[in-house]
Ligand binder design. Structure first.
Ligand SMILES: NC(=O)c1ccc[n+]([C@@H]2O[C@H](COP(=O)([O-])OP(=O)(O)OC[C@H]3O[C@@H](n4cnc5c(N)ncnc54)[C@H](O)[C@@H]3O)[C@@H](O)[C@H]2O)c1
Length: 340
């Protein structure tokens, strides 16, 4: 039993709803702060747990933050406007939530003497990089989206925090895949698998572009390693950026298609050279691999098997697919009482 209390912002989302389950299993007390863009179905297994508490509120609201951070040991800050499309559709909101919201929660975390603060960043920050050389934490960043720009601004802010004020970790996550209590279908592996099953055709652009991938469960495992293991205790904020994933899990889109074809051999693949994929990066995860020596619990091939099984056996799958990030966020903010 771990007698500690953790605040997870954005806990109702794809990553957070998996992380909450892991923390509760360890006997931790969990408070989730979330605006619930996607409702609270993802939390239904936790709502009756005496160690779980839900605060419905906005990370931009300082009063909400003050209350949410009472008696908390660790903060995992996941809440954000996530992905290129939602950020492009509402740039001011993206800046306010992703950057200003992060700045505010950092200030309150300092005041409340939080022991460890984890920030979810992204390997999208690398944008376009040479696919001959693997990007490490010191490589140049070439963001190709506002989403990544907001994350880079937060990284700069966090790296400069005095170690005495707050102990921070910045996890640059690979692209996630896999099933969670709010499975996202705007992620490459999940969406390719859905299209292959439902449409039997896949239209692929940028087939030779690279990206690293990580299962949503492994994201939680890494977050918990930073929080609970002593290995991370001496790391200074200026050295706190970690590419978070596995070096062996870098693949091109064509590699992914070949994996999918093993399970769904009748899928017709249409490669297009007319559209270019601006994102192309291979990532080196040696720094984190050296620190924790973890291997993927579910690698990409296993994850494809898992998501295919989920799609084939879930009655509401089309509804789930359609409630994509952008649609759900638009509908959330179009309701009268939800502040922009
Ligand atoms: N999934 C990935 O591939 C991936 C990769 C790299 C980094 N990340 C990062 O991990 C974090 C979690 O991603 P996810 O895939 O779970 O996203 P998600 O969209 O599923 O979850 C985000 C959650 O944050 C909440 N939220 C948004 N704005 C809020 C606000 N102002 N106040 C309170 N709650 C708010 C939403 O309601 C939602 O439940 C994000 O910061 C994301 O940038 C994700």
């Amino acid at each position: 039993m771990i007698n500690k209390k953790i605040l997870i912002t954005g806990g109702a989302g794809y990553v957070g709803s998996t992380l909450i389950g892991q923390c509760l299993k360890l006997g931790m007390k969990v408070r989730c702060l979330d605006l619930l863009y996607y409702g609270k179905k993802s939390l239904k297994d936790y709502l009756d747990n005496k160690n779980f508490e839900l605060v419905i509120g906005d990370i931009r609201d300082e009063n909400v933050l003050e209350k949410s951070l009472i008696d908390i040991d660790f903060v995992v800050h996941l809440a954000a406007l996530v992905g290129d499309q939602p950020c492009l559709a509402a740039p001011e909101l993206a800046y306010q939530i992703n950057y200003i919201g992060t700045k505010k929660i950092i200030e309150v975390s300092k005041k409340k003497k939080i022991k460890k603060f984890i920030f979810a960043s992204t390997c999208s920050n690398y944008g376009i990089s040479s696919d001959k050389q693997l990007a490490n934490e010191n490589s140049e960043l070439n963001p190709v989206s506002l989403y990544a720009e907001t994350k880079i601004d937060c990284e700069k802010l966090i790296s400069e925090i005095d170690d005495k004020d707050l102990n921070c970790f910045i996890l640059r996550f690979a692209t996630a895949f896999g099933v969670s209590k709010r499975t996202r279908f705007d992620l490459t592996i999940n969406s390719f698998s859905y299209e292959a099953i439902k449409k039997k055709n896949l239209f692929i652009f940028g087939e030779n572009t690279w990206r690293p991938y990580i299962h949503v469960m492994d994201m939680s495992i890494y977050i918990l390693k930073f929080i609970l293991s002593d290995n991370s205790n001496e790391i200074k904020n200026k050295n706190s950026i970690f590419n978070t994933g596995f070096t062996q899990e870098n693949f091109t889109k064509k590699n992914l298609i070949n994996f999918i074809l093993k399970y769904l051999p009748n899928t017709k693949i249409h490669y297009s050279n007319n559209v270019e994929d601006k994102r192309n990066y291979r990532v080196n995860f040696k720094k984190i691999e050296k620190l924790f020596e973890l291997k993927p619990t579910i690698n990409v091939q296993k994850g494809i098997e898992e998501i295919i099984e989920f799609i084939n056996t879930n009655e509401n799958i089309d509804k789930l697919f359609k409630s994509s990030n952008l649609e759900a966020i638009n509908s959330f903010f179009s309701k009268k009482n939800n502040l922009l």
